[in-house]
Design a protein around this ligand. Structure first.
Ligand code: CA
Length: 599
């Protein structure tokens, strides 16, 4: 750990990789009233409290102390605000200070304005913790910094729990659709620095500065720092565990797309497989076709965990117990069977992409009971693979195609932003000549997508583990975007590299039926942030995290998933390789009657 000693009267530059304590000390030093006080004060390993700066004064005070910062607003928000994506009735946010602005503004090679846009929400009743809310998709928007623990239906969030929460656009702004059609979220890929900021540098730069801003407002630095996100936000968490171990005490990574460029190659693989069934991809499988598959998985696999309850907890045994071939029609296609070309398409998709030499380009995918989920939103299997909310296209086509071309390929591949052109770009994607572009760099784009998007050495978390930090990862078994098998493979390799002791600092929770960060016939409502805090700060290892099915609010959850006394089904989420097992007595909808056990 670097020390922060003997401060001088010249303004200290931001160290490129400061330790937590150094950053905290530096932050506090910059909010001291005068440099003379610093020179006279003995070196302190931990920042001493300073005079807090009131919310309304931050706009004036911070730019005087932090270079290249433009504050766009600092406003007290009274208690009572509700957040739309949370549970019904939505809980009310506590009184807090909302600070928003942009750091390091610059003009890109495309002449567009760039900078690290951010928002900090700092509760009046602060728990002395700092949380980075890592956002999803292609970033590009400063999502309000509430720190919602679960994307949909959360009953609590980090702000309510007293965290100061940071959100950022990761260095670029989405271009309005009237200028870019469906490419607005990915055109930043033409600017080399914007790519790096999206990948990891925005957080690397902004996090220590945000800690200084928090310290200024409260008059003391955060005692603990966390990160939390799902999807691309889960990727940010995985990257931070490897690159920014010095900044964080705990990281919660949901459905992590930590091999996002490889997953984008899968998008092309899927669209080509589905197009062989029907060029109108949404017609390749009807909702009832996929419900047929899900029902067949349940028939083959539900009881492998010892209880027929509509959930496949033993998803590993399921992969050899379930076979798709018997679903093939013997004669005419009906609702009770799949055509031969449909069966082949699913086999190809679940096997994952390969090039003509047979080399695997991403991961394979497990059969699970959540593949029939069909809500048209940003979570369900159907919306990602077949029919989503944008132009009736699967999200992997409407949004994923642009990412693959503009952000993950080097050099960027220009396509137009019409729905048809984007789908066509995936249909003509060549797995021998186009797929290697995710590993390519050139004189303008010095880092490949696989370099800037993924953890540099994903199974080496020694620095993170050594400082006592903890990583919790959860992943839906029916995630249609990022394969849970990719995450399981990562954890197995991590555990091997750490001599079978990875669970001391990193745990993976696989959630049966769960789709992408939300939904599916699953228990998708839980508070893993509190479990993480208890692990980090109290040493309470999260051997199980109780989760609830959102009966009524999640259309994929059967209405009979309720206890005899009317409570929604609960289940323990178990650290892999453990799975939830019925203890043999008591209400099967009450998670207290289940234990976590390895199969
Ligand atoms: Ca079961």
């Amino acid at each position: 750990m670097t020390s922060f000693a003997a401060p001088t009267c010249t303004p200290a530059p931001t160290p490129s990789r400061p330790s937590f304590r150094a950053a905290a000390a530096l932050g506090a030093s910059l909010v001291l009233a005068g440099c003379a006080q610093m020179a006279d004060a003995p070196p302190a390993p931990v920042a001493a409290p300073t005079t807090p700066v009131a919310c309304a004064d931050l706009a004036r005070a911070l730019p005087e102390r932090i270079p290249n910062l433009r504050v766009l607003g600092a406003e007290p928000v009274p208690e009572g605000l509700t957040v739309g994506s949370m549970a019904t009735p939505a809980p009310r946010m506590p009184a807090h200070c909302r600070l928003f602005g942009v750091l390091n503004e610059r003009k890109g090679v495309d002449d567009l304005p760039y900078g690290l846009g951010f928002e900090l929400r700092m509760p009046a009743n602060w728990n002395q913790r700092f949380l980075v809310q890592a956002n999803g998709g292609s970033d590009g928007v400063v999502v309000p910094a509430f720190g919602n623990v679960v994307s949909n239906g959360a009953t609590t969030n980090a702000l309510m729990q007293g965290f100061a929460v940071l959100s950022t656009d990761a260095g670029h702004r989405t271009v309005p659709p009237q200028q870019a059609q469906l490419l607005g979220g990915v055109l930043f890929g033409l600017d080399p620095q914007a790519r790096l900021d999206y990948g990891y540098q925005a957080k690397q730069t902004l996090v220590p500065v945000a800690k200084r801003m928090v310290a200024a407002h409260y008059g003391q630095a955060p005692q603990r720092s966390y990160m939390m996100g799902c999807s691309n936000g889960g990727r940010h968490g995985m990257v931070a565990a490897a690159r920014l171990a010095h900044e964080f005490d705990g990281i919660l990574a949901g459905n992590p797309g930590f091999n996002l460029p490889k997953a984008a190659v899968q998008h092309a693989w899927d669209i080509q497989a589905l197009s062989r069934v029907n060029p109108d991809v949404k017609a390749a499988f009807s909702p009832s076709d996929m419900r047929l598959v899900a029902g067949s998985v349940l028939r083959a696999c539900d009881s492998l965990d010892g209880l027929a309850d509509g959930m496949v907890d033993n998803h590993r045994a399921c992969q050899s117990a379930f076979r798709i071939e018997p679903l093939q029609c013997q004669g005419e296609k009906t609702d009770a069977c799949l055509s031969a070309v449909q069966v082949q398409a699913l086999k190809d998709m679940f096997a994952g992409p390969r090039n003509s030499a047979g080399e695997r380009l991403y991961a394979d995918w497990p059969w699970d009971a959540g593949v029939g989920a069909s809500a048209i939103g940003f979570g369900s299997w159907r919306s990602w693979k077949l029919e989503g909310p944008v132009a009736g296209l699967p999200i992997i086509g409407a949004l994923g195609a642009g990412s693959l071309a503009y952000v993950f390929s080097t050099p960027p591949q220009r396509v137009t932003g019409s729905p048809g052109a984007l789908m066509e770009s995936l249909r003509v994607f060549n797995f021998d000549t186009d797929a290697p572009r995710i590993f390519a760099s050139d004189r303008n784009f010095r880092e490949s997508a696989m370099s800037f998007m993924t953890p540099p050495d994903p199974t080496n978390l020694r620095a993170f583990a050594r400082k006592g930090a903890k990583l919790m990862v959860y992943h839906g078994v029916s995630d249609p975007v990022f394969s849970v098998n990719d995450t399981i493979n990562w954890w197995d390799a991590l555990n091997q590299r750490h001599n079978g002791r990875a669970a001391d600092f990193a745990r993976l929770y696989t959630i049966p039926g769960h789709n992408h960060c939300q939904g599916g016939p699953s228990t998708d409502q839980f508070d893993m942030l509190s479990a993480l805090v208890n692990w980090v700060e109290k040493g309470q290892a999260p051997d199980r995290v109780m989760a609830t099915a959102r009966v009524g609010a999640n259309a994929d959850v059967p209405g009979n998933w309720v206890t005899a006394d009317g409570r929604p089904r609960t289940r323990p989420l178990c650290p892999y390789p453990a799975q939830a097992r019925y203890s043999g007595s008591g209400d099967i909808n009450d998670g207290q009657n289940f234990v976590c056990r390895a199969p």
